[in-house]
Design a protein around this ligand. Sequence first.
Ligand code: 6PG
Length: 241
Amino acid sequence: MTVEKRNTKDELGKAISDRLVAEIVAAQSDRGVAHVVLTGGSMGGLSLQSLPDATGVDWSSVHFWWGDERFVPAGSPDRNDMEADQSALSALPVPAENIHRVAGPDEVADAEAAAAAYSAAIRAPKPGDGVFDVVMLGMGPDGHVASLFPHHPAQRTENAIAIPVHDSPKPPPDRVSLTFECLNRSRQVWLLVAGAEKADSVAAAHAPDADRWDVPAAGVHGQHDTIWWLDDAAAAKLPDG
Ligand code: 6PG
């Protein structure tokens, strides 16, 4: 586990985005393809800012996914994928079929169907063994990641890739989320966290006895690395913060 700290949220966003470019280049050099999981929230947009000016990336073999999605219609400003579209994503020459969005109620009957379709897309044979190279996750002040919320029964679903989430404590109530099991198969998991309102949950997630049931962010780990990207305010309550 690594902590990458920057003074401000803007500096943090730039550092994340520059590193993301480097990881995409490295994944393509090793395996010919890069699979990146994007996050919504304000860090989602900041994390993509360096991509339009990146050199050395073969955009035809970059795939973008999302860690969770709100089950609202395509194009709704409430969707996580709109954050990415409104920042850098729509400017990149990535083939449309490489952008793997979660279906909304305008396309499928319910969040169950959306989760099943998303799971099938992730499971589909592809270079890189279907493992994500980099998963970026925002964290809520309550310590939630993707749509895995504290004390919510969806957290406990086993043997699944993507799951429907109902009765989300944060609106909208219906969502689709990757599971801990799926997230934790990834090469790298990055937690992108800025702001004083996150400091308690950051500290709780780093406590030696942290339990993902209470602080879901404590339950995500990359196979190769787990990076906590923090601004000073979010890191303030860590022992060495
Ligand atoms: C959601 C949000 C949420 C968000 C975090 C962090 O699905 O309701 O996307 O999970 O990612 O709350 O958001 P910020 O980075 O903006 O604080």
